[in-house]
Every structure is written in structure tokens, then in C-alpha cells.
Ligand binder design. Sequence first.
Ligand code: NAG
Ligand code: NAG
Ligand code: NAG
Ligand code: NAG
Ligand code: NAG
Ligand code: NAG
Ligand code: NAG
Ligand code: NAG
Ligand code: NAG
Length: 519
Amino acid sequence: MDTKIRSWFFLYVLLPLLFFSKSHLSTAAEILSLGQVLSGDQTISSKGGIFELGFFTPGNSKNYYIGIWYKQFPEYVVWVANRETPLSNKTSSVLRVNQDGNLVLLNQLNRMVWSTTISLIASNSTAAELLDTGNLVLRDGSNSSVVIWQSFDYPTDTWLPKGQLGRNKITGERQRLTSWKNSEDPAPGVFSLELDPSGINQFVLMWNRSKIYGQSGVWKGQYFSSIPGMAADQPNKMFLVETQNKTYAIYEFLDNTSMTRGVMDPLGQIQLCTLLLSSQTSSCFWSMPTSRCEIYSYCSSFAICTQPQSTLASCSCLHGFEPGSQKDWNSSIWSGGCKRRTPLQCGGNTSVDAEKDGFFVMRNVLLPGNQRSLMTVRSTKECELYCLNNCSCTAYAYDSSCSVWNGDLINLKQMLDGNVGGGDLYLHLAAIDLQVPLSEKNKGMGSLGKRNLERLGQEEFAFFPCWAAEKIVEDEVLSLLDCRLDGITNFEDLRRASRVACWCIQYSENDRPSIELVV
Ligand SMILES: *[C@@H]1O[C@H](CO)[C@@H](O)[C@H](O)[C@H]1NC(C)=O
Ligand SMILES: *[C@@H]1O[C@H](CO)[C@@H](O)[C@H](O)[C@H]1NC(C)=O
Ligand SMILES: *[C@@H]1O[C@H](CO)[C@@H](O)[C@H](O)[C@H]1NC(C)=O
Ligand SMILES: *[C@@H]1O[C@H](CO)[C@@H](O)[C@H](O)[C@H]1NC(C)=O
Ligand SMILES: *[C@@H]1O[C@H](CO)[C@@H](O)[C@H](O)[C@H]1NC(C)=O
Ligand SMILES: *[C@@H]1O[C@H](CO)[C@@H](O)[C@H](O)[C@H]1NC(C)=O
Ligand SMILES: *[C@@H]1O[C@H](CO)[C@@H](O)[C@H](O)[C@H]1NC(C)=O
Ligand SMILES: *[C@@H]1O[C@H](CO)[C@@H](O)[C@H](O)[C@H]1NC(C)=O
Ligand SMILES: *[C@@H]1O[C@H](CO)[C@@H](O)[C@H](O)[C@H]1NC(C)=O
């Protein structure tokens, strides 16, 4: 062996073996000191036996992570070290305190996959200790009251009592709870909870660290204004602390018969849950937002959120759209969203026989918030025309002003009868997708009967003169629209509109309203 190979051999083969043979942890240790390693099924426990640290594998995943969990409830993991760098073999991976004082995690190839990454640790011996609060601390070996690093400063998705969640006023750094990607992957997901970046003393829920979809309301001394129940919540006491350099919230837990935790769940709700020690059960008693339909992009694109009961929420593809993945959709995994069945024509085909794109009306929906308002457009007709002729326009709505949506439609929510704040959304579809299947028609979905639907959009804008005629009798427009959209409910209006009878002329024989109905 030449020296290079020999040193390689020493470093990668003998050195780990040395550690293994010399310094396996004794069971029930609470401290990991220099020279000790944690590997395989070994764990360290907090002094009172409340928390445990070791390798775990979530659900049916094949990956291993270093995590902290409740010793009595191992399924509730409260912290993960290597959430983005999973390991494939726990018996050949080790957690140890490095010579430089850092706590490090090495994989089977002895490569570092995670570290506390503190530079310039003064002391040459440090030790990691798991506390009964669930906090993993790295202490100075020569003065154990000096904490060099603690897991509470780097929360994953769980906020434990006595843990701080706040921002550093000097560096601007913020601690946030970030959801797991899903129940089997602790990698950071799109949802997070943090103090409002604008500096207001409130917590906000964020999607992809950019869109706020929930707010706690401002701090009122004992509670956040949108969570008034908090003030009366006896076992949990929250404080908002302002120091020279930091603002943070911290909560205490005063009942020793159960344990509380706040969790940013993979679907986007922040939940407060307790573990009842006597009955060994877990329950979540509070969540924000209350309804999953309010979670940003909950149904992803081109789907609508419906909420038959207060806590349940499910997604359906919009008319003319189908799930990106039917398999996911069947399992209530909505993240793939829905895709258009038939591409839009968008006025591209001017052949007289071409079937024009049209609009499907969705009644009483909470409109997506990212619309463009077209200030110069003064009528529904004009608004519709704009959308019809623009391929990137996916929908429009007209409520005294014209709003159009481009690209993906997200955050649509079906309102219930009696809910306020909803509106009608006109969805841009290819002609062939405008047909309403019997099943939907009977359910009243989309609210448009087949006859009305087929006439929508395929008509007047193809005949510019008719549109002009309409402009002349602008006061009639609304009644005309009622005629078209709400079914033939008002024959009087229709008759008055007969001056612009060309409206009801259709290219296709089938699309023409039956004359008995009109007259
Ligand atoms: C994990 O590593 C150990 C020790 O190197 C080895 O015996 C075992 O076969 C490995 N397991 C897997 C699944 O690779
Ligand atoms: C650690 O520091 C102590 C005192 O500062 C010193 O005596 C000891 O040799 C050092 N150990 C190592 C491994 O550097
Ligand atoms: C240990 O550190 C604490 C906090 O910094 C300090 O107050 C104390 O004097 C130190 N003790 C020793 C023995 O150095
Ligand atoms: C989240 O934001 C980043 C930019 O900050 C962007 O690149 C990424 O595509 C966004 N993720 C999603 C799912 O939209
Ligand atoms: C606040 O930050 C300044 C500058 O970094 C530092 O000198 C001071 O000790 C800090 N104060 C506290 C209370 O940590
Ligand atoms: C809970 O606290 C009460 C009073 O503070 C004490 O008597 C009791 O032993 C504690 N129970 C446990 C399980 O620690
Ligand atoms: C999804 O569910 C439907 C109805 O239950 C079923 O017909 C279909 O085969 C399922 N598709 C997949 C990919 O699981
Ligand atoms: C235009 O539409 C007509 C009738 O649907 C069709 O026959 C023709 O192929 C289309 N032309 C183009 C360029 O798509
Ligand atoms: C279509 O809409 C997009 C986005 O509003 C706009 O940039 C584009 O100019 C429009 N195209 C036409 C032909 O009006």
C-alpha cells in the first residue's frame, strides 16, 4: 500500500471502526460527548424520559433521519436534523461530536451530511445534551452553562413549549416553522409560519415564503387579535418578548397531564395538538386557517375547493379539466392540480365552420385574487370578447368592471347558498368541452343548462355587427345576458331585446334556441 491508500484506508475504514468498537453509547444516555457516536438503533433520551433522539424513518419511506420524538409517542417527531439530506443506512451512519466542537452527522461513506456549523468554537471539547423540553443543546465542555448551539433555534415543523419563534432585529433572520413535504418526507414543504416580515407583531402563514394566506392578528398583550380564545386558554400561556436585538413569541405549558405542540402540517394548516399521557391519545384542538379551502393553492391549478362541512375540504377539477394524475386525485392528493382537456382555439381558426371557444359559467364562487382589471372595458360583452380572443385568458368576471385571469387559476372556492362575497366566473373553454354531461346537469353544477351553455360565447362575438348593435342598446345588455345565462326565466326581457335578435342567431342549427322557448 502506498501512503495515500493507507491513509485513505485509515480514514474511511479503520477510523469509523475505532469509534464503533471503543465508544458505543450506553443505553439511556442523555449526553453525547467527544469520542462517542450514535448509530443504528441507539438513542439518547432526556433526563426525565420525555424525549428521545436517534435515527428514524417516516412512514413507508426508505430513508433515515436524525430526529427528536416523544419517547412515549415515537410517531410524533418534533425535530429533524438532516431534513434535506436523508440517509440510506442507519447502521453505517453516525452522529457524533467532532474534534472542532460541532455536532455532525456522517453517512455510510463517512461524508458529512449535516452539521451544527458553528465556526470558531473556543472550547476544544463540547457535548450534546437532550433536555426534557425537547431541546437539543451543544454545550461548552469547560463551562456547561454556555450553550453554543440549540435545536430550538432551528425549528422544523414543530413549535414546543419554551421554544422561541421570532426574528433577529439586527440580522433580520427569522425563525419559521416549515411544513414537511408530506408525511413521509421531512424536507421543507411550501408552507411556513413566521412573524410578519413587514415588522407587525403578528404571525403569518406563508405559501412558498411569498404569499400570505393566514394571519394571527396583532399581539394584544395576552393573545393575538384574530385568536381571542387564546386569552382564555388556561394550560397554554403565550408571551411576545421584545429585547434589544430580538422579537420572539414563546409559550408555556402549565398542565403536566398532557403535552402540547404546534405543528405546521404538510397540507398548510398550523395546528395546536396535545398528547394526553393517561390515555396515550393525541388530539388537535385548534387550527388556522379553520378551513382548508383557505390554504393558498390547496387544490392547485384549475380545481375548485368545496367544503360540505366545516373541517372537510375536497377539490374537484373545473369543468373541461381533468386531474393531472388520476391516481393522486383518487387518493385526495391535490397538489398535481388539473389540466385542460382540449386546447383553446382562441380565435385562431377563422373558418366559418370552426367551432368557437366559449365560456362556462361557475356560479357563486370565491374568485381567485390575482385578476387583472381592465378599466377601459365597460360591458360584459366587451370583457368576454377580450377573453375570447386572448389565448392566455383563462377566465373573466364582470361585476361593474371587467376582471380577467391569465394562466393557471388557483384558489377557487365554491361558496354555499347564503354566503356572501362570491361571484360568477366565466371559464374559457374549447367548444367541445362546453357540453355538460347529464350527471353534472342534474346536480346543477355549473348552473348552465346545456342549451344556454352551447350558445354562450359561440355567438355574438363572431358577429361583430351584432355586438355593435348591442352597444347601441346598452341599457338592454343586462337583460339580454339574463336571457342567455339564467335560462329563459324572463320572457319579457327577451322580447324587449328582440331588436338585436341576431344575438340568438347561431352558426350551428343545434345551438339555436328552440323558437318555442324564445317566443
Ligand atoms: C448497512 O451497513 C451495514 C454496515 O456497513 C451493512 O452490514 C448492511 O448490509 C447495510 N445495509 C444496507 C441495507 O445496505
Ligand atoms: C483542550 O484544551 C485543554 C485546555 O485548554 C488542553 O489541555 C487539551 O490538551 C486540549 N485538548 C485537545 C484535544 O486539543
Ligand atoms: C460559565 O459561563 C457563565 C455564562 O457565560 C458565566 O457566568 C460563568 O462565570 C462561567 N463559569 C466559569 C467557571 O467560567
Ligand atoms: C416558489 O418560489 C420560487 C422563487 O422564490 C420559485 O422559483 C418556485 O417555482 C416557487 N414554487 C412554486 C411551487 O411555485
Ligand atoms: C445586541 O446586539 C449587539 C450588537 O450585535 C450586541 O453588542 C449586544 O450585546 C446585543 N444585546 C443583547 C441583549 O444580546
Ligand atoms: C403534576 O403536577 C402536580 C402538582 O404540580 C404534581 O402533584 C404531580 O405529581 C405532577 N404529575 C406528574 C405526572 O408529574
Ligand atoms: C380512480 O377512481 C375511479 C373511480 O373510483 C376509478 O374508476 C379509476 O380507475 C381510478 N384511477 C386510478 C388511476 O386509480
Ligand atoms: C378550422 O376549423 C375547421 C372546422 O372545425 C377545421 O376543419 C379546420 O381544419 C380548422 N383549421 C385549422 C387550421 O385548425
Ligand atoms: C393577452 O393577454 C396578455 C396578458 O394580459 C397580454 O400580455 C397580451 O397582450 C394579450 N394578447 C392580446 C392579443 O391581446
